[in-house]
Design a protein around this ligand. Structure first.
Ligand code: SAM
Ligand code: SF4
Length: 436
């Protein structure tokens, strides 16, 4: 039996793609090993969203340039799609490059590798198929990921995704529901629907479901107790999604709605297709919902031309929305993107200064927001036990970590839904006690 090792970089989509790649490899008779040293085939599933992420994979490959004799190296994912055959020049010990739109060709590509071909490529983006495999090897025994839409049809000025993942392709609602049912039968209780922009989901079958309808129906699959989804684009985020969350308690009351900037001028330069006011309209829908919806976001600081006043507008937006948490990044120049042509690039040091100010402001907001949970009883899905702290690790419907105490001798809680009362609140997590 041939052995393989896989390392995954980047987003949840990549993590889930790797689960499917592993399933495919196992079905072809390969066996996964935990270290590069033990492997004959080494896969890197890569991310190119920022320059740092891209450099990581070349650094990894460099490490094995000399010590990797006898092994076959393959680069998958976004860097593979972006750099293509140039990777063979940069790292001659790589034998295969394959972007995510070509993973359905993996079995044939493996045959070519076995036959000794040292320049195997899967770089086509014009595939009509989505990458479906019933053989997905899932990492988490309770939460399962389902890709509902691949690729992206937006053209945000800073983003490589449309180039690395190709145009949008939605899966049929029937296949999403069938997979959800199958997962429930296997004992999964939480489903996370994935896509670069889940809101622009459009059922290609005659049923013609939109995202809100799909979400609601996944939430009605017997045995499924929680449904999450990521990522939402504000332009396609409609009120029906909030209504669905209000009406169906299986749908988690958490929405990740990346804003990127609080300045309408910068949003226009980013080609985000919404103004600050339009974004705030979506926030108002969520804040007016019957259930308390946790809201999280992504922010980019230092986009070309971002003035101090634009940055202040983003800080003001954080105060106005009071996010439960944010992911924040310094703008990074990416190949092929239209922002490269913009003038007035901001110095790295200045980007770093803005990022630090933004993150400190958000930390204060999170301290305030989380303090409001003191005394509140929350239902948690128990994800595991932390030996170091002696606490169970729970996750609330709002996607907050709630760690709590309960003697291990009283039984394993992993995978169960239990209630815990919040007794302490920090900026990044809550702590509490088990409630019988
Ligand atoms: N599709 C999602 C959306 O529209 O928000 C997110 C895609 S991307 C994987 C995740 C986040 O990375 C983005 O929301 C953005 O904040 C950040 N990002 C993307 N390109 C970037 C760049 N060139 N520099 C810095 N951050 C970037
Ligand atoms: Fe990138 Fe914009 Fe598409 Fe998100 S919506 S993946 S940020 S191009």
């Amino acid at each position: 039996m041939k052995t393989f090792y896989i390392e995954t970089f980047g987003c949840q989509m990549n993590a889930h793609d790797s689960e499917k790649v592993i399933g495919t490899l196992v079905s072809q008779g390969y066996s996964q090993v935990p270290t590069v040293e033990e492997a004959e085939l080494v896969f890197y599933n890569t991310c190119s969203i920022r320059d740092k992420a891209e450099q990581k994979v070349f650094h990894r490959l460099q490490q094995f340039k000399r010590d990797g004799k006898g092994k076959t190296f393959a680069v998958l994912g976004c860097v593979a799609q972006q750099e293509g055959e140039k990777i063979f020049e940069k790292a001659p010990h790589v034998s295969m490059v394959c972007g995510s739109a070509s993973y359905n060709q993996l079995p044939q590509m493996l045959v070519q590798l076995e036959a000794g071909n040292r320049r195997v490529t899967g770089l086509s983006l014009d595939t009509e198929d989505t990458f479906e495999t019933p053989l997905t090897r899932r990492d988490n025994p309770h939460r399962a990921y389902i890709t509902i839409i691949e690729g992206c049809d937006k053209s945000c000025a800073y983003c490589v995704v449309p180039f690395t993942r190709g145009p949008e392709r939605s899966r049929t609602s029937a296949s999403v529901i069938a997979e959800s049912r199958q997962l429930a039968e296997m004992g999964y209780t939480e489903i996370q629907l994935l896509g670069q922009n889940v809101n622009s989901y459009r059922d290609p079958s005659a049923a013609g479901w939109d995202f809100a309808t799909l979400l609601d129906n996944v939430g009605r699959v017997p045995g499924i107790r929680r449904v999450r989804f990521t990522t939402s684009h504000p332009r396609d985020f409609v009120k029906q999604i909030v209504d669905a969350i209000d009406e169906n308690s299986t749908l988690c009351n958490h929405v990740h709605l990346p804003v990127q900037s609080g300045s309408t001028r910068v949003l226009a330069a980013m080609r985000r297709l919404y103004t600050r006011d339009e974004y705030m309209q979506r926030i108002t829908w969520m804040k007016s919902a019957r259930r308390p919806i946790a809201i999280t976001t992504d922010v980019i600081v230092g986009f070309p031309g971002e003035t101090e006043a634009d940055f202040e507008a983003t800080l003001g937006l954080l105060d106005e929305v009071e996010y439960d948490s944010i992911f924040s990044f310094k703008y990074s120049r990416r190949p092929n993107t239209s922002a490269l042509a913009l003038g007035d690039h901001i110095e790295e040091e200045e980007k770093g200064r803005r990022l630090a100010i933004l993150q400190e402001k958000q930390r204060q907001i999170q301290i305030r927001r989380n303090a409001a949970y003191l005394g509140v009883i929350e239902e948690c899905l128990v994800e595991g036990f932390n030996q170091a702290t002696g606490q169970w690790i729970g996750r609330t419907s709002q996607n907050k970590t709630l760690n709590f105490l309960r003697p291990v001798e009283n039984g394993d809680l992993t995978g169960r839904y239990v209630e815990a009362r919040v007794t302490r609140a920090g900026p990044n997590s809550l702590a509490g006690e088990y409630v019988n």
